[in-house]
Design a protein around this ligand. Sequence first.
Ligand SMILES: CC(C)(COP(=O)(O)OP(=O)(O)OC[C@H]1O[C@@H](n2cnc3c(N)ncnc32)[C@H](O)[C@@H]1OP(=O)(O)O)[C@@H](O)C(=O)NCCC(=O)NCCS
Length: 172
Amino acid sequence: MTDIVLRPADDDAALTAIAALARRIWREHYPGIISHAQIDYMLTQGYALPVMRREIEDGVRYVLAEADGDPAGFAAHGPDAGDEDTLWLHKLYVAGEHRGRGLARRLLDDALAHARARGADRVRLRVNRHNRVAVEAYRRLGFRIESTDIKDIGGGFVMDDYLMGRAAAQGG
Ligand SMILES: CC(C)(COP(=O)(O)OP(=O)(O)OC[C@H]1O[C@@H](n2cnc3c(N)ncnc32)[C@H](O)[C@@H]1OP(=O)(O)O)[C@@H](O)C(=O)NCCC(=O)NCCS
């Protein structure tokens, strides 16, 4: 049986492993949802080591899931600057070969526990409106669509997203 371990990732080795996993997942999953140029742009904006280190200084927590010692998925979540009741789930990704076995649910449960520990009662996220697999998985994980939002991210690109949210309470 595969041994799954979640561990907080704040050192360069773990963050580098997360960035490599992100590049693999994004290049396999996002073609057809966003352009190749936007994939490259967003990987650079979201997964350069200095960017991730700055996020951690600002309160973001990265969590790496390892399967038998190999990187298998990750999450990143952090506070809302203006609303202490909300924790944002910024990133949730599982490698193709590890999907469908509850890994995203384990990473979410860890984020929910962290939200409750810091007094937040709501977890929110953005997901591309055309990312049907993820929208459906998030529904199954208890999230509901709250609104749509088109966000200019520079470089001539926009994010065309649903905002989804759920209670931080377990089962909520
Ligand atoms: C979305 C993603 C994180 C789900 O990871 P996962 O480890 O396979 O998810 P889990 O096995 O924990 O499943 C969680 C729930 O979602 C459901 N689910 C997972 N994949 C699904 C799919 N392709 N279609 C429908 N439901 C799905 C599961 O059935 C489960 O619900 P259940 O317990 O009620 O059965 C993973 O598919 C992924 O990384 N996708 C590509 C990247 C991505 O889009 N990430 C989200 C970015 S915002």
